[in-house]
Design a binder for this molecule. Structure first.
Ligand code: HPA
Length: 252
């Protein structure tokens, strides 16, 4: 089964038929993880809003382990993650999309592994390519199709390096200069440890990043939350079309 993890701006899903809700218990949280079960093109699709249905959980407080373990328990084999990001690459104008191929993790103090049993042999996952290439290509094809055939006029960067910061504050201009010189094309707060936890459980994981602002210091203006919300609101319809197209492509 495919799962979609919704980020900021996507706390409910309207592009699939909702067929139920699963309350999934895991050993990583006292309360169950609520997952919406949907149907599209004859396939079941799970939907999990990363920040909670009430959009109240900030990036550093998300229980990434409970979320990924819950999806695994439901039989999820592939995850498409939707992440709002700040743009560093000049082609990633707010309102455009990227399907990153690499990441650099600057986050800290998050529960970032399932391998915490000190009695067991230590397992080091290979993380050379943090995103699943086949699923990335499906996302790129779908986003390009919606852009060209669907006439949405949204540009899609087919790769890029996603720098993951701790948040919840946005970065300083100097931090963004450092990320840029490190090779980051975009900056967000939520791809890690999500991507690594998915890899630890053998789930394919790819990310559709939505550029919602120029990163700190890269435009003349300060970053405005109202503008971010407006950009996101304008993108959600396109994101949903891309997701429908992903399910269609995976069902063939
Ligand atoms: N920085 C970090 N995370 C973000 C940003 C940003 O500028 N925009 C959206 N998520």
């Amino acid at each position: 089964m495919l799962a979609v993890i919704g980020g900021t701006g996507l706390s409910a899903i309207n592009c699939f038929t909702i067929v139920g809700t699963e309350e999934v218990s895991t050993s990583f949280s006292s309360s169950a993880v609520e997952v919406t079960i949907c149907e599209s093109y004859g396939q079941r699709v799970a939907f999990l809003p990363r920040h909670g249905a009430g959009r109240t959980v900030p990036p550093h407080k998300i229980n990434y382990r409970a979320n990924i373990a819950a999806l695994k328990k439901l039989g999820v084999e592939k995850i498409v993650a939707i992440n709002a990001v700040g743009a560093i690459h000049p082609d990633l104008m707010p309102g455009s999309f990227a399907v990153p191929h690499q990441l650099i993790d600057y986050s800290h103090s998050r529960e970032s592994t399932f391998f915490t049993n000190t009695d067991a042999e230590v397992i080091h996952i290979d993380f050379t390519a943090p995103f699943a290439e086949e699923l990335r290509q499906v996302l790129i094809n779908s986003a390009t199709l919606i852009n060209t055939v669907g006439g949405r006029g949204v540009s899609v960067l087919n790769d890029g390096v996603y720098g993951v910061t701790q948040g919840p504050r946005l970065e300083t201009a100097a931090e963004i200069m450092k990320l840029k010189s490190d090779g980051c094309d975009m900056v967000g707060m939520t791809a890690m440890p999500e991507a690594a936890l998915a890899r630890e459980l053998g789930i394919d994981y790819a990310c559709l990043a939505i550029s919602v602002n120029w990163a700190a210091g890269l435009s003349e203006d300060l970053i405005s939350l109202d503008e971010i919300r407006a950009i996101l609101a304008g993108c959600i319809g396109t994101v949903e079309s891309v997701l429908q197209s992903v399910v269609a492509e995976l069902s063939t």
